[in-house]
Every structure is written in C-alpha cells, then in structure tokens.
Design a protein around this ligand. Structure first.
Ligand code: PLP
Length: 376
C-alpha cells in the first residue's frame, strides 16, 4: 500500500458495531469488563483508547515503523523519551535543536545531573564519533533544523552513534514522514510534534514516537502509562483527520515554499535565504538525497533586528504567530518569539532572522503580501 492510501486507511477500518466510516471519538475514561480482567483489550483510557490506537497504527505505518506511541505534546513525547535515560548519562544534540527541547535539556535535565553536548550539524554529519563516550546513551537529531533549516546526515550520524552504543532519535516534525523517513536511514526512534504538519490545521497540540525496536516500544508503552503524558481521544481524532490530507498538503506547502524562497533570494533587502530547496543552500544535495522534497519552512535574514520586527508586523495574510505547519501562512521573529529561550545559548539565532511557515493559500497572494511588507 502506498503512503497516501495508508494515511487514509491504516488502523481505520469502518466501525464493526455501526458501520461508521470514520473512526469514532471514544470519549470514555473506562471500559466495562465481563468478568475480572476479561475485556476487549481496553480497561482504562490512560493505558489505551481506541481512537489513540487508530492514530498510533496509522502514523507508525507512515513512518515505516512497527510501533507508535502518541503523547499529549511534542515535549510530552520528549520527556517520555528522556526517561529511557538516567542521571549521569550523556546526550549529544544538534546545536540548533528546537528551543523548547533546549530549554528542557538545559533547565530541567542538566540540573538533575544529565550531561549534554551540542554540536553543529556539520560536525554531527562528519565527525560525531569524536564526541561520544561510554556514557553517551542518546544522539538527538533534528533535520531540517528549526529555525536555521540546517540539514544533518542521518545515515552517517546513526552509524557513528551505533558504533558507540548510543540510540538515535530524529525529530521529524519539519519534514513529516511524507518527505523523510528517518527509521529507513538508520534512526532508532522518530519523534513528532503532531501539533504542526501532521495535525495541519493549528487546532490541536500533540506528540508521537515511532520505533521498530520491540523492547524499546515495550518500555515506551510502560512509560506512556506510568508518566501519563497521553493525548485525549478528541485530540487523537483531530490528528488522524489531519493526516488523511498530509500528502496533498505537503505537496502544496513545498510548491509554495520554493516560489517564496526564490522571490526572497532575488529581493534587494534580503541578505540571505535559508531554504534547503535552493541550490545555494549548503545542505541542498544532502537534503535532496534523504528527503523527497524540501518542506514548507523558509527563513531569511534582513539587515537588522529592527527592520525584521517592522516587516513581520506589516503582513496581512501572513499572521504574526508562533507555531508552524498549518494550512495558514505564519511569520515570526524567532529571536524574540519561539527561540527566546535560547537567547543565552552559544548558538542563539540571529536577531534579524525571520521564519516563515508557508501555508497552502494561493501563492500569488502570499508573494504579493510579502513583497508589500518588504517595500520600504
Ligand atoms: C513544536 C515543536 C516541538 C514541540 O512540540 P509541542 O507539540 O509544542 O510540545 C518539538 N520539535 C519541533 C521541531 C517543533 O517544531
């Protein structure tokens, strides 16, 4: 079965009791038992819920994974993964990791005695082995990164990590499984904020982890019920509904993004455009190898932070907001918004950087609005 078909059907057989074509929202906390311990596979909704099961099966299939676990948010999924580790363990992460993940690592786990090393995407792609030791349990990758859109070589990094006995996690939120499947490239675990492209309509917060490793999956199921960062049935249903149109949405996001990146690259006020789909991007060839297409996120630099702050407030269709991956186009200033928590990090994002989440509106309207905001 091809991707588009799996997205609509896996885990979502018509309801045997009623024939409902769409998986119902099982809005229940508990399930009746015929006798003690005799039930239909569900006893309490923190442990499992049929709407969540449908989402887990569908999204795991899209990642080419045997197992999937849904969480209350991307950070809920991250917290749960961090419980695979113990104080004293060492984590190597790409240095422009998502701001919220950096905040968690540096302000929650580092004070508890976990060690973190942050490496540039280049070092991760070419010289990771030199930075791993016996305590290194996890290599945390994100590609493309947020908001600099750097590309990390998943296959090379996974080989180095495995040689040192470390697990590899790829945060695949920006690419989605439609554009990139990290498990096929050697990753052990793939993580999502389903809040973004998978939900796709800016109406739900959720997270997800997939793996092919039976033992890891068993431990994650245990942690999922024991830590309790689980999504509600309605949230699972919203993500399931979003996923049905993922392929067509991603095609349009990519098509619009490349048009916008090209306009920006020609614009006299723009100092630099960061989009892996542009041949001028240093990660372009690697991205072309490990991704189907280049995604809907575009970043660009203006002359100064003040100029950038004026431009992001001038657009009409592009709404000034955090988050990304919805059908509507968003514009933001990472240094003062999504990435304010990395302001003190050695790899703080440039103040003049504007991040675009390119939506699926008419590209003509998007281009005209952006062009107008950039006019002096
Ligand atoms: C948003 C995001 C997260 C965090 O997910 P939440 O659902 O907001 O908790 C993690 N990684 C990336 C790349 C993100 O964009």
């Amino acid at each position: 079965m091809k991707f588009e078909t799996k997205a609509i059907h896996v885990g979502q057989e018509p309801d045997p009791a009623t024939g409902a074509v769409t998986t119902p929202i099982y809005q229940t906390s508990t399930f009746v038992q015929e006798a003690v311990g005799v039930h239909k596979g569900y006893d309490y909704a923190r442990v499992a819920n049929p709407t969540r099961t449908a989402l887990q099966e569908c999204l795991a299939a899209l990642e080419g994974a045997a197992h999937g676990h849904a969480f209350s948010s991307g950070l809920g999924a991250t917290t749960t993964l961090m419980h695979l580790l113990s104080p004293g363990d060492h984590v190597v992460a790409v240095n422009d990791v998502y701001g919220g993940v950096y905040r968690m690592f540096s302000q929650v786990y580092e004070p508890k005695g976990y060690r973190f090393t942050y490496l540039t995407p280049d070092v991760i792609s070419t010289g990771l082995a030199d930075h791993l030791d016996e305590q290194t349990k996890l290599v945390w990758l994100e590609t493309p990164t947020n908001p600099l859109l750097n590309i990390v070589d998943i296959r090379t990094a996974a080989a180095a990590a495995h040689a040192a006995g470390a697990l590899v996690v790829v945060d695949n939120t920006f690419a989605t499984p439609y554009l990139q499947r990290p498990l096929e490239l050697g990753a052990d675990l793939v993580l999502h904020s389903t809040t973004k492209y998978l939900g796709g309509h800016s109406d739900v917060v959720g997270g997800f982890v997939a793996t092919n490793d039976d033992a890891l999956s068993e431990r994650l199921a245990f942690l999922q019920k024991s830590l309790g960062a689980v999504p509600g049935p309605f949230d699972c249903w919203l993500v399931l509904r979003g996923i049905k149109t993922l392929a067509v949405r991603m095609d349009r996001h990519c098509e619009n993004a490349v048009a916008i990146a090209s306009l920006l690259e020609r614009h006299p006020r723009v100092e630099r455009v960061l989009y892996p789909g542009l041949p001028s991007h240093p990660g372009h060839r690697l991205a072309a190898r490990q991704m189907r297409n280049f995604g809907g996120m575009v970043s660009f630099l203006l002359g100064s932070e003040d100029e950038a702050a004026v431009v992001v407030a001038r657009t009409q269709i592009w709404k000034l907001a955090e988050s990304l991956g919805g059908v509507e186009s968003l514009i933001e200033l990472p240094a003062r918004m999504t990435h304010a928590s990395t302001a003190d990090a050695p790899f703080a994002v440039p103040g003049s950087l504007i991040r675009l989440s390119v939506g699926i509106e008419s590209v003509d309207d998007l281009l005209a609005d952006l062009d107008g905001a950039l006019a002096i």
